[in-house]
Ligand binder design. Structure first.
Ligand code: CMX
Length: 442
């Protein structure tokens, strides 16, 4: 058994025993009451699942196993030039709760290189699609095609015991993560570079090799990809992509299929697709105004026009966060360190000053601050990746780290089929007829 799997097995057995004890003593304890507004309002804030790998605080933002992004930037092992953290280290941390050593991260990089081979039928399937097919559609189809190699599905068919689910899930998680950069780069090169593919470089780390296969040169772009893949990896369990992976996985559908489902959720404009929408919106604004150096008034007017047309301002707002997203700030700091006077980056920073007060005056937006998607496109455009339809695929490659580590935990802890209760409005009316009215706080 490999070193990471051994560590995970030990930790999982300990936590499983602990959870059993917690539930034996406190299983009937009520965690919180739920209001009708939450039921009709997208289940906001209802605590209804366990997700070990990260936790989101509305004011402070994401912590991965207790570590904030600035802490991770300091403590995780870094790429060859010692600048940006290696996403391999974050996966290790999320899976077993320990910051890995340089040696352990090196081992993981090697593992993913050994597991990165993609069967020919996957490329053949993608080649049948029109090159104009949205990259997220290609990504989901590619992942689904990879499912034929699912260790979990094959072992289940062979009569695997419940006690082994975590082991098969681990194998699929490791293989899938290893293969995603190659799959994503293949989609990028076939969609935008006439199918001129670039072979993997086995001497590079997971993120560095991904940047290399995308074909965008330079060590700064490699560093951007390392940081990007780290900060997008997980955002606790309730976000739409993570929750979808959790839900599908609970049916014992294998990790490939549950990840493909999660990617379909990520492809929505209120979630991960917002990263392409942000840059499309900025390009449209620049076209409408006629310059990539718009004034404050130009931008304000464009924001008002967007809102007046009944549209959202992409990259702003969040279902949980109530402060600027630390993932936005991390990208802003990257730009300050690596990039000088880039027009699109400057526009993103001006929008950051101008949009929150406008959203606040609307009186209904709970969080007027930027989220992760408000900045990422400007950095990619700077390094030459202007094909914004591809951006959500990058997000998806990163998100695999968190949702796959969590899938291992879900199978190790033996989580059952997820099946919350729904209700009809008739049920609600009957219930209200019998229930004393609670004063509204608005
Ligand atoms: N621009 C305009 N209106 C906005 C807004 C924005 N950026 N953010 C919220 N609102 C509106 C909502 O549409 C809602 O309006 P209605 O009452 O008319 O339906 C109202 O403000 C209240 O919404 P909220 O409670 O503040 O936000 P939600 O939790 O419902 O939704 C989110 C959160 C992210 C979907 C929303 O803020 C939004 O649409 N943002 C823009 C899209 C975006 O950037 N998504 C990416 C999020 C991060 C990620 O998952 O990748």
């Amino acid at each position: 058994m490999d070193i990471l799997k051994q560590k995970f097995q030990k930790k999982a057995a300990e936590l499983k025993a602990e959870v059993k004890e917690i539930l034996r003593e406190h299983g009937e304890t009520v965690v919180e009451n739920i209001t009708l507004s939450q039921v009709y309002g997208g289940a906001r804030n209802i605590q209804m699942m366990v997700w070990e790998t990260s936790e989101l605080d509305p004011m402070e933002g994401i912590r991965f196993r207790g570590y904030s992004i600035p802490e991770l930037k300091k403590r995780l092992p870094k790429g060859p030039d010692g600048k940006e953290p290696l996403p391999e280290g974050l996966f290790w941390l999320m899976l077993v709760g320990e910051i890995p050593t340089e040696k352990e991260v090196h081992w993981l990089t090697e593992q993913w290189i050994q597991r990165c081979n993609i069967p020919e039928h996957v490329f053949k399937l993608l080649d049948l699609l029109p090159v104009t097919t949205h990259p997220m559609t290609q990504f989901i189809m590619g992942i689904t095609a990879l499912q034929s190699g699912s260790v979990f599905a094959h072992r289940y068919e062979d009569g695997m015991s419940k006690e082994e689910y975590w082991d098969a899930a681990y194998e699929d998680a490791m293989n899938l993560i290893a293969r995603l950069p190659r799959l994503a780069a293949y989609i990028y090169r076939r969609s935008y570079h006439n199918g001129q593919h670039i072979a993997p470089n086995i001497h590079l780390d997971w993120g560095g090799n991904f940047a290399h296969m995308l074909g965008i040169p330079g060590s700064d772009f490699m560093n951007l990809i390392r940081l990007y893949l780290t900060i997008h990896a997980d955002h606790e369990g309730g976000n739409a992509s993570a929750h979808t992976v959790h839900l599908i996985g609970s049916t014992l559908s294998d990790p490939y299929l549950s990840f493909a489902g999660g990617m379909a959720a990520l492809a929505g404009p209120l979630h991960g697709l917002a990263n392409q929408e942000v840059i499309r919106w900025i390009f449209n604004m620049i076209d409408a105004i006629g310059t990539d150096r718009p004034t404050d008034d130009d931008i304000k007017e464009y924001v008002h026009t967007t809102i007046a047309a009944g549209k959202i301002v992409p990259g702003y707002g969040h279902a949980v966060l109530r402060k600027p997203d630390p993932r936005f700030i991390a990208q802003m700091e990257f730009a300050k360190q690596y990039i000088k006077d880039d027009p699109i980056v400057n526009v993103v920073w001006k929008i950051y000053e101008l949009v929150p007060p406008i959203l606040e005056t609307m009186g209904k937006v709970k969080n007027p601050w930027p989220n992760v998607d408000a900045h990422s496109g400007a950095l990619l455009v700077h390094y030459g990746m202007k094909e914004y339809d591809f951006y959500t695929v990058l997000f998806g490659v990163s998100r695999a780290l968190g949702v796959m580590a969590s899938t291992c935990w879900s199978r190790a802890l033996g989580f059952p089929l997820e099946r919350p209760k729904s209700m009809t409005t008739d049920w609600v009316k009957n219930f209200l007829a019998k229930t004393p009215k609670v004063a509204s706080n608005s």
